[in-house]
Design a protein around this ligand. Structure first.
Ligand code: ZN
Ligand code: FE
Length: 256
């Protein structure tokens, strides 16, 4: 049994810490800052065994060099991106073993936010960086709408109870947008209520899960009639494919 806990960094990043059953080791995902990771390790008396990187952005990699120097963890990252400290290069289909955690993780290629973005998936948990957010998705900095739509479709095909560990606390603003697209979605209304309670208590709204995202996330619902109609209204024309619908609502969100 692996326990997953968040470490906060910057204004809204989470660095997810995977703790092994004997509570000796932690692996971390996307350490943008070393300081809060070191505090967490000291507080919980854990040794940093692995660093897993999803993509090259600084808010996900800024702490890598100093953590590698201090702790010598195994370092993994996407094969096609430029990253600090030469990680083991991963592509879709690869599997990695975290022996300390008795955990196997499979790699998924998720181009869209960046060109080489990957996710780690195993034991019913998904670490998807800036690709899928609760009720939202990452901006298209390096990829096309086609690529991002395909990447999100891969994630939507995972079992519904898969826990989704995204890297940012964007849920509240994402829900505001999702409600503008789909005001009458009862699952979304319910989720808004819960998210507000969590945030009022300064608690995370993550992890989410794939079932909930399929019910509430407009970017996973591009073939639903409600989303299609809203996207058509936004675009001022009839959009003829789920990718066109995705592209329209992504554009809409960018200027929301
Ligand atoms: Zn990013
Ligand atoms: Fe980010």
């Amino acid at each position: 049994m692996v326990e997953v806990l968040p470490v906060r960094a910057f204004s809204d990043n989470y660095i997810w810490m995977l703790i092994d059953a004997s509570k000796q080791f932690a692996a971390c995902v996307d350490p943008g800052d070393a300081k809060p990771v070191n505090q967490f390790l000291e507080q919980h008396r854990l040794k940093l065994s692995h660093i897993l990187l999803t993509h090259h952005h600084f808010d996900h990699t800024g702490g890598v060099s100093s953590l590698v120097q201090q702790h010598q963890p195994m370092l993994f990252g996407p094969a096609t991106e430029t990253l600090p400290c030469q990680p083991v290069k991963l592509v879709e289909g690869d599997k990695i073993q975290l022996e300390t955690h008795q955990l196997e993780l499979s790699i998924l290629d998720l181009p869209g936010h960046t060109a080489g973005h990957i996710a780690y998936y195993g034991a019913g948990k998904l670490f998807c960086g800036d690709t899928l957010f609760a009720c939202g998705c990452g901006r298209l900095f390096e990829g096309t709408p086609e690529q991002m739509h395909h990447s999100l479709s891969k994630l939507a095909a995972l079992p519904e109870n898969t826990e989704v560990y995204c890297t940012h606390e964007y849920t509240q603003s994402n829900i505001q947008f999702a409600l503008a697209v789909e005001p009458d979605n009862p699952d979304l209304q319910k989720q808004q209520h819960w998210v507000e309670q969590q945030r009022n208590k300064d608690l995370p709204t993550l992890p989410s899960n794939i079932g909930l995202e399929k019910a509430t996330n407009p970017f996973l619902r591009c073939d639903e009639n409600t989303i299609k109609a809203a996207a058509n209204r936004y675009a001022g024309k009839t959009l003829d494919s789920p990718v066109a619908v995705f592209s329209a609502i992504r554009k809409w969100k960018d200027s929301f």
